[in-house]
Design a protein around this ligand. Structure first.
Ligand code: BES
Ligand code: MN
Ligand code: ZN
Length: 506
């Protein structure tokens, strides 16, 4: 898909096959936005007739398609209800762009122009442009690999963010924000594909293969894969206690992106990287602490953290951000078998801490702790991990907002700010010694569970034991990584925006 900024023409002479125009709730014709005014005048009052008739009142997500308006070049005009004008923010914008995109899903159009930014001021116009691209890309996504007679029938080739008020536009900024949006869409697509593929296809080996494809696509990404025997040498007993129950070999996948440039404009390969660590459980049966059968299929999404980190890296490489990034994907399958860990087993992590595996279903933290220790060798500026770690997080925050837990409030705030900008939100949960105590084990340094209370927090406290020397934040994406039976591609937008902000500061 081609995503473009278009400031070239008035709506009525726009040559796109379809133009989408924002109409706010209960708007008087006189107060319509510039684009709607222009179309109304050119069509001798067609839009105002429809609004006056009461058939279309501009409520959020209402749509009305008009064909072959006289005086308008585009063969279709989609009137798009945007709700209360005062409340129209990037969240509402994303909603209505998705509504419009879905309404046009089967349409045989090649080009589409969105005139929906009239109400945004100069300060957040660029954010709005990015949001339009992400929302469109998000609803345009489908995985057709497994339906015998499904094929992609979309004819759409070009989507434009169109603006009538040329004075308002800083063209370079807007073009950049549209390119960023397109990069994020690419990253989300990769993350969604990975997560949507079933567990019998998307194995740890498959994730490693996809990582190699990403590395091959960009000159400044390298990849290295640690096999189980390598991990044995490194003493990653915690990771291996999970992967050993499966016939699928576990993999620790490391990608390095070098984009940092120093003050002289030279490559700065030694600049401390931002480390991104992802939970990559390609299927989580629970192991010997077997999960109940209902909805167990959804545990193919338990590699959503790894998918999100690889997607974020792809977006970062598309944007060629001026930072260094190291990504570690902890990929394993959690299966019950004669070789699987049993409740009560004690294992030794790479950091030397012993862990009593009281519940084999709390496996995410077991693979992550060794990945978090390993990534220390890169002396990262910050470490962020993402994991579908706890069911408790869904109970706490539902499916709309992910949890962020951190040993550094500044970092947590940077993540929350990025999420708010890009409409992929995070909410901070507390940590502390009272919670940490819940992880006490009678025999080992740590238990891998902390009881029913505050499950998301005690899981983060476990990880915190392995990141003490670093600025570290953990994202629990159990509620946000998928919706229904579909991957959402989150937290690719959130982390991409975090990296964009980082690059802007360096
Ligand atoms: N992958 C699950 C968490 C999960 C559950 C994500 C449901 C999304 C939906 C994780 O490995 C897990 O099983 N966690 C346990 C931890 C418990 C045993 C302490 C959980 O949340 O029940
Ligand atoms: Mn589990
Ligand atoms: Zn899991």
């Amino acid at each position: 898909m081609q995503y473009k900024l278009d400031t070239s023409s008035s709506p009525s002479s726009n040559k796109s096959d379809c133009i989408v125009v924002a109409i706010f709730a209960n708007e008087k014709v006189a107060s319509l936005g510039d684009a709607a005014q222009n179309l109304d005048k050119s069509s001798k009052g067609t839009l105002s007739t429809i609004i006056d008739s009461g058939d279309f009142n501009g409520s959020l997500e209402q749509t009305q398609m008009l064909y072959n308006l006289s005086g308008v070049d585009a063969s279709r005009v989609l009137m798009l209800g945007c709700g209360d004008k005062q409340a129209f923010d990037t969240i509402a914008l994303s909603k209505v762009v998705k509504t419009a995109s879905k309404a046009l899903k089967t349409s045989k159009i090649k080009s589409l122009s969105f005139y929906v930014t009239d109400s945004f001021g100069d300060d957040n116009l660029a954010q709005a442009a990015t949001q339009i691209i992400i929302a469109h890309g998000d609803s345009d996504y489908q995985l057709l690999d497994y339906k015998s007679d499904a094929k992609d029938e979309s004819t759409l080739e070009k989507v434009s963010v169109s603006m009538t008020d040329l004075a308002k536009c800083n063209k370079t900024d807007l073009e950049m924000s549209i390119e960023n949006g397109a990069a994020i869409v690419e990253g989300m697509k990769l993350a969604k594909d990975l997560a949507n593929h079933p567990g019998n296809v998307c194995t740890p080996t498959y994730i490693a293969d996809q990582a190699e494809i990403v590395a091959n696509d960009y000159a400044n990404i390298t990849v290295d894969v640690l096999e189980e025997k390598d991990m044995e040498k490194l003493g990653m007993g915690s990771f291996l206690s999970v992967s050993k129950g499966s016939d699928e070999p576990g993999k620790m996948i490391i990608l390095e992106y070098k984009g940092a440039i120093d003050e002289h404009g030279d490559k700065d390969g030694n600049k401390a990287p931002i480390a991104l660590v992802g939970k990559g459980i390609t299927f989580d049966t629970g192991g010997i602490s077997l999960k109940p059968g209902a909805a167990m299929d959804e545990m193919k999404f338990d590699m959503g953290g790894a998918a999100g980190m690889l997607g974020t890296l792809k977006a970062c490489a598309e944007m060629q951000l001026n930072i260094n990034v190291v990504v570690v994907l902890a990929a394993a399958e959690n299966m019950p078998s004669a070789r699987a860990s049993k409740p009560g087993d004690i294992v030794t992590s790479m950091a030397g801490k012993t862990i009593e595996v009281l519940n084999t279903d709390a496996e995410g933290r077991l693979v992550l702790c060794d990945a978090l220790t390993y990534v220390g060798k890169y002396k990262p500026e910050v470490i962020i991990d993402a994991a579908t770690l706890t069911g408790a997080c869904i109970i706490a925050l539902g499916h709309h907002i992910c949890a962020v837990l951190s040993n550094n409030d500044g970092l947590a705030n940077d993540i929350i700010d990025a999420g708010n900008i890009i409409n992929d939100r995070a909410w901070q949960l507390p940590m502390g010694d009272d919670y940490k105590k819940q992880l006490k084990s009678s025999f080992a340094d740590l238990g891998n569970i902390g009881g029913r209370a505050a499950g998301t927090i005690t899981a983060a406290c476990f990880l915190a034991e392995f990141t003490k020397e670093y600025k570290w934040a953990h994202l629990d994406i159990a509620g946000t990584a998928w919706e229904g039976k579909d991957s959402t591609g989150r937290p690719v937008p959130l982390l991409s925006q975090y990296l964009i902000n980082k690059a802007a500061k360096s």
